[in-house]
Write a protein that binds this ligand. Structure first.
Ligand code: S3P
Length: 434
């Protein structure tokens, strides 16, 4: 397997515009497809994951012009206007395979099979199938509750109150979207607030949402969506590796521009500040109804270990593996708890992270619902595997920059799932690939 090696560097410097947000791009393409008008999506993310969503939209009879990364014009077919083919390939995209069924249960779709790659085939789907069935939908999974997912026929849907046991923006989004077609009110409550891009986009499309306490709801059936043209802001999760790399190295000045600063995404900033990092937000104008601005990481003092509490997990879910690298350089034991959900991502991110850290000479342990890292200010280096997981491949590169001997990452090419230009951007800030 080819190994990409990342050498240690003393510091990173520079300004970067990170790629557009993956979650927002998926939603923009799917909701534009069922909008009552043509929607112009500017700067949608060009990646393997969002490419799968664009392909699924086009395969469902929606005319699309333009290219990801530039401008895409989506000829909305109306709320019930999709004509999906018998099979759709969701590749590695969890957001696609979890949100699309919410739309498909409202279409004239006789029998649609959604499937994906080996990693996607391990991901739990009962969490969408069971609540959709409670609404009256005919949806099936493989015996283990994993893909393929089959959406069969279009029955009458009824509004239902859903209480999620695990905070999940993907599940919440799927159910709110299905609620657009249901008779009566569909409510979703979750143990802690997950990202709210779907809610923001539905409201922008003219759907009044219901809110009570932490719960969010929609009254259906709605007549249609009028999604306005929108631009996609930069992805906080793609800014995060650069931010963490900056904080791990001495005397950086790294500036990341045009990033979504939605507080349901930026929990990492709170954790980094607690560890002693100097990370600043410079808010700018909203983009696509999302708070947006620049992130700056400056000279950070020595990092201290921290404990990440379960309620911090949803707003940090994608960035928690990076907290493992911060923990390796910090003094003391960094503890992440209440994050069992990490085991159900593109890889088992608890097992894979701890294996990777150990391969790099860091003392780390798995817990059922998280991990512990015993930091002593140094990260020796070595060779680790990405487990085919884009986020772990980026974690490896960040570790390499802050290591003593460099880090080799097996399966580095997985970065293309969300950030094909990652190596180029990191090099632009001063990273050296050997
Ligand atoms: C996503 C939500 C998160 C995140 C995933 C993208 C989304 O998952 O891990 O990569 O676009 O809604 P959950 O909130 O469902 O855990």
């Amino acid at each position: 397997m080819p190994v990409v090696r990342v050498a240690p560097v003393p510091a990173l410097h520079g300004t970067l515009r990170v790629p557009p947000d993956k979650s927002i791009t998926h939603r923009a393409l799917m909701l534009a497809a069922v909008s009552g008008r043509e929607v112009r999506v500017a700067r949608p993310l060009d990646s393997a994951d969002t490419g799968a969503t664009l392909d699924a939209v086009e395969a469902s009879g929606v005319r699309v012009e333009g290219h990801l990364g530039d401008v895409v014009e989506v000829e909305g077919r109306g709320l019930r206007g999709l004509r999906p083919p018998p099979a759709l390939d969701c590749a590695n995209a969890g957001t696609l395979i979890r949100l699309l069924p919410g739309l498909l249960v409202g279409q004239h779709a006789d029998h649609v099979v959604l499937d994906g790659d080996d990693s996607l085939r391990r991901r739990p789907m009962t969490r969408i199938a069971r609540p959709l069935r409670a609404m009256g939908a005919a949806i099936f999974t493989a015996p283990g509750g994993t893909p393929p997912v089959v959406v069969s026929g279009r029955g009458p849907l009824r509004g239902t109150e859903h209480r999620l046991e695990i905070a999940s923006a993907q599940v919440k989004s799927c159910l709110l979207i299905a609620g657009l077609f249901a008779e009566g009110e569909t409510w979703v409550s979750e143990p802690a607030p997950s990202r709210d891009h779907t809610e923001r986009m539905l409201e922008a499309a003219g759907v009044p949402l219901l809110r009570e306490g932490g719960a969010v709801g929609v009254r259906g059936p709605v007549d249609g969506l009028a999604l306005p043209d929108l631009g996609v802001p930069g992805d906080f999760s793609s800014a995060a590796p650069h931010l963490v790399a900056g904080a791990l190295l001495g005397d950086p000045e790294v500036r990341l521009e045009g990033v979504t600063l939605n507080p349901r995404r930026t929990g990492l900033l709170v954790i980094m500040r607690r560890m002693g990092a100097d990370v600043r937000e410079e808010p700018g104008p909203d983009v696509a109804g999302e708070p947006c601005g620049a992130l700056v990481v400056g000279r950070s003092g020595p990092l201290r270990a921290t404990e990440v509490a379960p309620e911090e997990v949803p707003s940090t879910i994608v960035e928690l593996p990076l907290v493992g690298v911060l923990g390796a350089i910090a003094s003391g034991t960094t503890v992440v708890r209440g994050a069992a959900e990490l085991r159900a991502k593109e890889s088992d991110r608890i097992g894979a992270l701890v294996r990777a850290l150990r391969a790099l000479g860091v003392r780390a342990e798995e817990r059922e619902d998280g991990f512990e890292v015993h930091g002593d200010g140094r990260l020796p280096g070595g060779t680790m595997g990405s487990d085919g997981d884009h986020r772990l491949a980026m974690v490896g590169a960040v570790a390499g920059l802050a290591s003593l001997d460099g880090v080799g990452v097996e399966g580095f090419e997985a970065v293309a799932v969300s950030y094909p230009g990652f190596a180029r951007d990191l090099a632009g800030l001063g990273a050296v690939r050997t």
